[in-house]
Ligand binder design. Structure first.
Ligand SMILES: [Zn+2]
Length: 304
């Protein structure tokens, strides 16, 4: 294996339960993939050891990209706030990885996981060929990865966090300190809560997969609920349409499997809040294509 000869790069993606990664060439051909289990209770040193082991197994040299959950501090070269993985907090990951792997720290690229995934989808997935796109991950919250002009747009660090635009000023409190945020209405977790409250589906309230299946089969109540959730998503997306006129939206996370049932509502929400139905009809709504690989593929892209 000589990654340098064919200009291959390694990308890593740190999640709650595993660190995954792969090696890929400049044309997007995957040469290797591997992973290691992680858990919340790891010490910083034990985490670093696993990350290094994986990077070495994948043949990282010259350059490396890594996607991380939480708020990235580019000056620190790591995560300044990782509520779900405390061992990552304040670790100078770029320097640590670079030093241990013999890679110049400036050639180690750290990025927020949602932003890395957006870059992966732009390169090889659902947003291929686009210049501007917003990836929305419908999970516990709503993660956002904004791409402008073919590049991750960070702003001062947190650009793309559409999950925290206000849908209802009097709505439920959000973990961010505000209330009525989009993710309190349309994340997978919020959708489960709404389904349970509505007693849907009847024989297993809160089961989103079944909810979507029943809606596809013509269930009127299931359809109405998914349309209402879609409408809220559309109202949130309208903010991005008004501000940036981004036309391409890619949906990741488990609940994105229901995009076919959310789409009518999303378009209605955009039409209602962002210049009408004509503009809304030009918006591309797509499911993410790379699944769990999106993060490490986008991280590797950063390293080219
Ligand atoms: Zn919020």
């Amino acid at each position: 294996v000589n990654p340098a000869a064919r200009a291959e790069r390694v990308g890593l993606d740190v999640g709650g339960t595993a660190i995954k990664g792969g090696r890929i060439d400049a044309d997007g051909r995957i040469a290797a993939e591997a992973g290691r289990a992680l858990d919340r209770s790891l010490s910083p040193a034990a985490f670093l050891e696993r990350a290094l082991e994986l990077a070495r197994e994948l043949g990282a040299r010259e350059a490396l990209g890594i996607g991380l959950p939480g708020l990235i501090d580019q000056e620190l070269g790591g995560v300044s706030e990782a509520p779900n993985l405390p061992y990552l907090n304040r670790m100078r990951l770029r320097d640590e990885l670079g030093r241990a792997l013999g890679i110049e720290p400036a050639r180690v690229f750290v990025e927020n996981d949602a932003k890395a995934a957006a870059l992966g989808e732009l390169w090889l997935g659902a947003a291929r060929g686009e210049q501007d796109a917003l990836l929305l991950t419908l999970g516990t919250g709503i993660g956002g990865g904004l791409i402008l002009g073919g590049q991750v747009f960070r702003g001062a660090g947190q650009a793309g966090e559409l999950g925290h635009v206000t849908i209802d000023p009097a709505g439920p409190a959000c973990s961010c300190g505000s209330r009525g945020c989009l993710e309190r209405f349309a994340s997978a977790k919020a959708a489960e809560r709404r389904a349970r409250e509505a007693g849907l589906p009847r024989n297993d309230p809160g089961n989103l997969e079944l909810l979507c299946t029943l809606a596809r089969a013509g269930g009127a109540e299931e359809r109405a609920l998914l349309r209402a959730i879609g409408l809220d998503l559309g109202r949130g997306i309208a903010v991005a349409v008004c501000l940036l006129d981004v036309r391409s939206y890619v949906f990741g996370g488990g609940f994105s499997a229901g995009l076919d049932q959310l789409e009518d509502g999303i378009r209605a929400g955009i039409a209602e809040r962002a210049f009408g139905a004509e503009r809304a009809a030009t918006i591309q709504l797509r499911r993410a294509q790379l699944g769990p690989k999106a993060g490490w593929i986008g991280a590797a892209r950063l390293a080219f």
